[in-house]
Design a protein around this ligand. Structure first.
Ligand SMILES: Nc1ccn([C@@H]2O[C@H](COP(=O)(O)OP(=O)(O)OP(=O)(O)O)[C@@H](O)[C@H]2O)c(=O)n1
Ligand SMILES: C[C@](O)(CO)[C@H](O)COP(=O)(O)O
Length: 381
């Protein structure tokens, strides 16, 4: 699935006060829009479309523009998005994320959740449930309570399957606060994903103080990156296929083990536990415990990923290498990536599966078993 991200940054920022439009103002020595581009790249997005005001096109060379397509914006946010969609339509991606340039602190976790939701819905958007009591007021007095149940504060990036969103925009007559409204009017179901308090939009002058404080407070633990590796081996025995990275690969033998012996998934699970300094599968699912006999390995992987989430980490990427002469892995590698991505609830672009032979040397070369190595990178959310 190919993905593009549109960053709308053609507004004038009138509510943010005098001076440069807000996206061009400095935060920690760099422009807001440079921070936003970096945040989207850190979320794994590489095809970026940046929408700028005609008066700002000459400022673009101050930005990190690797892989960025520039598009001239319109008079409204809706018109700016439409210009970018039209620019993408000549080589349409499968999915598109639309993000406010004025939200520089979007996290990789928020992006990953939107992308994962797009596997099951044509549209998805991050939001935060309203937690404070709500009132209607007039003349500086409370005039009525408002029920807060089921109310959400909308954020971006808002994600869509590209073709239906383009059709929705073409059918939409005027302006709209965001693309969710346009998509819904076209009949698209919009899944809600978890937003984040730090993914706020710079709108008023005080938001710049909040942004500066957030940057100051960012310590190494808040940008914590953790790496883990995993290694596993299972021997061949009688059977008609091997479970490898969640896919049953036809073979004249099967891997033997206490569980389903999915050697690739075990190495990956151990890599995640390793990144968390949480031991290995044996510690969490002891082989002496008969309840795990014949267990499907996705149980272990899911547990490791949930533990990472509980600790405040999301998977940035992972890489699994299977070492075997046979079966051939190449024809199944994409299915394996998709299976692992589904279990871990991440975009498939974050998951790599590859294979090598050992040049007929050693136990893998003699086809006595399969070895697997894995690396996982976790990022603090
Ligand atoms: N014609 C427009 C208007 C808005 N935007 C972008 O849409 C995002 C969200 O909009 P908002 O906060 O309303 O930005 P502004 O329109 O710039 O702000 P204001 O309403 O205060 O002028 C911003 O990143 C803004 O640059 C855009 O690309 N084109
Ligand atoms: C798209 C948006 O950021 C969602 O919160 C918002 O609708 C656009 O900005 P505005 O402040 O409502 O003009």
């Amino acid at each position: 699935m190919s993905t593009a991200a549109i960053i709308v940054a053609a507004g004038r920022g009138t509510r943010a006060g005098a001076g440069l439009p807000k996206q061009w103002r400095a935060l920690g020595g760099r422009s807001v829009i440079a921070h936003t581009l970096d945040a989207l790249r850190a979320g794994g997005l590489t095809r970026l479309v940046l929408v700028l005001h005609p008066d700002d096109m000459n400022k673009a060379d101050r930005l990190p523009l690797d892989g960025v397509m520039l598009v001239m914006g319109g008079a409204t946010r809706t018109a700016s998005v439409r210009a970018a969609l039209d620019a993408l339509a000549t080589d349409p991606p499968d999915r598109v994320l639309i993000h406010d340039g004025a939200r520089p602190f979007v996290s990789a976790r928020v992006i990953a959740d939107v992308l994962a939701a797009l596997d099951h819905a044509p549209a998805a958007a991050p939001a935060l449930a309203v937690v404070d009591a709500l009132w209607r007021g007039s003349d500086r007095a409370v005039s009525a309570p408002v029920a807060r149940d089921g109310l959400f504060r909308a954020q971006t990036p808002q994600g869509f399957h590209f073709a239906p969103l383009l059709a929705a925009h073409k059918a939409w007559p005027g302006d709209a606060p965001d693309d969710v409204e346009i998509a819904r009017a076209h009949g698209l179901r919009v899944a809600l994903t978890d937003g984040c308090e730090t993914n706020f939009k710079l709108t008023y002058p005080a938001d710049f103080d909040r942004a500066a404080a957030l940057l100051d407070a960012r310590s190494p633990t808040m940008t914590d990156i953790r790496l883990g590796n995993g290694y596993d081996v299972h021997r061949f025995g009688p059977g008609d296929g091997c479970w490898l990275c969640g896919v049953k690969v036809p073979h004249h033998r099967a891997l033997q083990g206490h569980s389903d012996a999915d050697v690739g998934m075990h190495a990956l699970t151990d890599a995640i536990y390793g990144a968390l300094a949480e031991g290995d599968i044996g510690r969490h699912f002891p082989p002496s415990d008969m309840q795990w006999k014949g267990a499907e390995s996705h149980i272990f992987l899911r547990h490791a990923v949930e533990l990472a989430h509980t600790r405040g980490y999301a998977l940035a990427n992972c890489d699994v290498t299977l070492v075997c002469e046979t079966p051939k892995i190449g024809p199944h590698a994409d299915a394996m990536r998709a299976a692992l991505a589904t279990i871990m609830k991440v975009d498939v672009a974050r998951v790599s599966v590859k294979a090598t032979t050992s040049e007929r040397l050693g136990f893998t070369g003699r086809e006595e078993g399969i070895a697997a190595l894995a690396t996982a990178c976790l990022m603090a959310t």
